[in-house]
Design a protein around this ligand. Structure first.
Ligand SMILES: Nc1ncnc2c1ncn2[C@@H]1O[C@H](COP(=O)(O)OP(=O)(O)O)[C@@H](O)[C@H]1O
Ligand SMILES: [Mg+2]
Length: 590
């Protein structure tokens, strides 16, 4: 066991907190149970000795038989208690770890969740933690038994016959040797295995999610290739590992079972010499042969433990991720203008700057649009206002105060966000709008009406009480209007809309547009837009290109002075003309 594993074990123990005692008791009970299991053998030995002696005493034999029975009962009673205790502490540990992990995740920068795949987080929160539970609940007592039994048997045999006891040990070094060659590079192989498994999991999830696209494009495409590639990689890793481990494993098993090969001839020899009596001989054979079996279990546990430690390491990595720093006491705001001062940001150390030295200032009560090619940093800019990540350089200020001086709850209270992809939860429409607030029904309906969502909601089977996702599905535009209703109800002074109209058809778009205009009064609004027609009237337009802010001003000013905006506007005009000439009767929206 290396240093890392010991640290993992200690961490597990620390997490078990008040349940440590149960765990320790469970271990002691298991050990006691293992010792009780040996007692009947001893009585069998005594009985045999008595039977073979010329002065046979039946009452003595009965006594021993009864005692053997007592120990047997005690063995299982102790085991029962040990397993009860280990189950109790296992569930408690599982509960503690989950609470700890979830509690910590709530304090992580929100960006964490968009960076980590949900498959990865799920694996940690469910599989890794379940494995710990499984081990503590089921395997700890087996583990203790397997550890104690060979030792106890050996010491026992020493008292019976030292020579036979030592002989029973002969296969062990050989077995350990073959065992070691099986575990050579185990950690690395195990890591390979888990990496392969993880990538397989991820690609299966992706494959299923992308099925409509794959089908529509008649398969054979990249997602399919990715899937088969990770499948065959996994297959390769597993087969390779099995091949390498096969021979040493066979040798190990054989050697462990070879006790009889040594003990039988030796025992017969000692007996013929008159230095070993029949009763002792029988006992040595009985115990000596079974003595190695638990060692095999121990190797299985090494594998289990390694898996658990890998899981624990992943858990620890999650839990040791630095949470967002929180001010001791949150500043409060009386004004909600937004200012970026030389802000630079990158997603990870290796990638290029997603925002490069961006400075601007937006007044409260203004509508500000962000435009730019895809990947130019628009969403990043918007997310930084809500402090999804902390920036590496510069300052982001709201009402003149750095956002880091605001507590997360306070910042969240004052910002409403309509995401690029509206997230609808599997609960009622009502709860989807209210989102845990105790808003009155009137206000929820009012928000839905303002978001042009009331009508379609009333057409659902149970109106506002319809549970979404259970046979009731919304269109992209409907989802977006629901998300806008949510933001309306929140009525926060800062509103961020990330391409909120992107998925809408022309009809929905007009509805959303009018919903928005009632939503944005008096607020500081940032709208990320890809249809320029919707934002020509904005108070200011921020033009992004490759992470840099290349223009900031009104439409008129930018058309004059900003080359990037000019070319965007030209292509917009062109597509608009095309649209008008081909679809006369549709409202033109490029
Ligand atoms: N979670 C992320 N992790 C790493 N890179 C990201 C992430 N999100 C966006 N990026 C990168 O940052 C840049 C800006 O992206 P984004 O702000 O989403 O652009 P836009 O919204 O303008 O299309 C792009 O190069 C994109 O690949
Ligand atoms: Mg975007």
């Amino acid at each position: 066991m290396n240093k890392e594993s010991v640290a993992s074990l200690r961490w597990l123990f620390d997490v078990s907190a008040e349940h440590k005692i149960k765990l320790v008791l469970s271990i002691i009970m298991s050990a006691a149970s293992a010792l009780c299991a040996l007692a009947p053998f001893y009585f069998a030995y005594l009985v045999l000795e008595q039977l073979l002696s010329p002065r046979f005493d039946a009452s003595q034999v009965w006594q021993w038989a009864a005692l053997a029975l007592c120990f047997m009962v005690a063995r299982y009673a102790l085991l029962f208690i040990a397993i009860m205790l280990s189950h109790k502490s296992a569930f408690a540990i599982q509960y503690n770890i989950r609470t700890l992990a979830l509690g910590h995740m709530a304090r992580l920068p929100m960006g964490f969740f968009s960076q980590k795949s949900s498959g990865e987080i799920k694996k940690i929160l469910s599989e890794d933690i379940d494995r710990v539970e499984l081990f503590v609940a089921h395997h700890i007592s087996d583990f203790v038994t397997s550890l104690i039994t060979p030792f106890a048997v050996f010491i026992f045999l020493l008292f019976i016959d030292v020579r036979m006891a030592l002989a029973a040990l002969i296969p062990i070094p050989l077995a350990i040797f073959s065992q070691m060659s099986m575990y050579k590079g185990f950690e690395e192989k195990s890591r390979h295995y888990h990496d392969a498994l993880e990538s397989l999991n991820t690609s299966i999830t992706e494959y299923v999610r992308a099925m409509p696209v794959i089908r529509a494009f008649n398969a054979g495409g990249r997602p399919h290739k990715l899937f088969t590639a990770s499948l065959s990689h996994y297959h390769h890793v597993v087969v390779q590992w099995t091949k390498e481990a096969g021979w040493p494993f066979a040798a190990f098993k054989t050697l462990l079972d070879s006790g009889l090969v040594v003990l039988l001839p030796l025992g017969v020899y000692f007996w013929s010499q008159g230095t070993l009596d029949i009763a002792s001989f029988t006992l040595c054979i009985l115990l000596g042969v079974g003595m190695m079996e638990p060692l095999y279990n121990l190797t299985m546990f090494t594998a289990y433990l390694n898996q658990i430690f890998e899981g624990v390491n992943r858990l620890q990595a999650l839990i040791s991720r630095p949470p967002l720093s929180e001010p001791d006491k949150s500043e409060t705001l009386s004004e909600f203008g937004i200012e970026f001062d030389k802000v630079s940001f990158r997603y990870d150390d290796t990638s290029r700057l997603a925002l490069d030295n961006v400075s601007f200032s937006l007044k409260q009560g203004t509508l500000n649009a962000v435009v730019g090619p895809s990947g130019s940093g628009k969403s990043t800019l918007a997310m930084l206002v809500a402090r999804f990540w902390d920036i590496e350089q510069g300052d982001i200020l709201i009402g003149g105060k750095p956002i880091t001086s605001l507590s997360t709850p306070y910042l969240m209270e004052n910002t409403a966000y309509v995401f690029q992809e509206s997230i609808i939860l599997s609960q009622t429409v009502y709860d989807n709008i209210a989102m845990g607030s105790d808003a009155s029904e009137d206000r929820v309906v009012h928000a839905a009406k303002a978001a042009q969502a009331h009508e379609f909601i009333m057409a659902l089977p149970h109106g506002y009480q319809t549970i979404l996702g259970e046979g009731v599905f919304l269109s992209g535009g409907e989802k977006q209007r629901l998300a806008i209703a949510r933001a309306m109800l929140k009525d926060a002074p800062i509103l961020i809309l990330d391409e909120a109209t992107a998925f809408a058809d022309a009809n929905n778009q007009a509805l959303i547009q009018s919903a928005l205009s009632s939503l944005i009064k008096d607020k500081t609004v940032i709208v990320i837009a890809h249809r320029l027609s919707t934002i020509v009237d904005a108070d200011s337009i921020l033009v992004m290109d490759k992470g840099a802010l290349v223009g900031h001003g009104t439409h008129e000013a930018l058309v004059q002075a900003c080359p990037v905006y000019q070319s965007m506007w030209q292509s917009h005009q062109a597509s608009r003309e095309w649209n008008v000439s081909t679809k006369e009767r549709e409202p033109a929206d490029a």
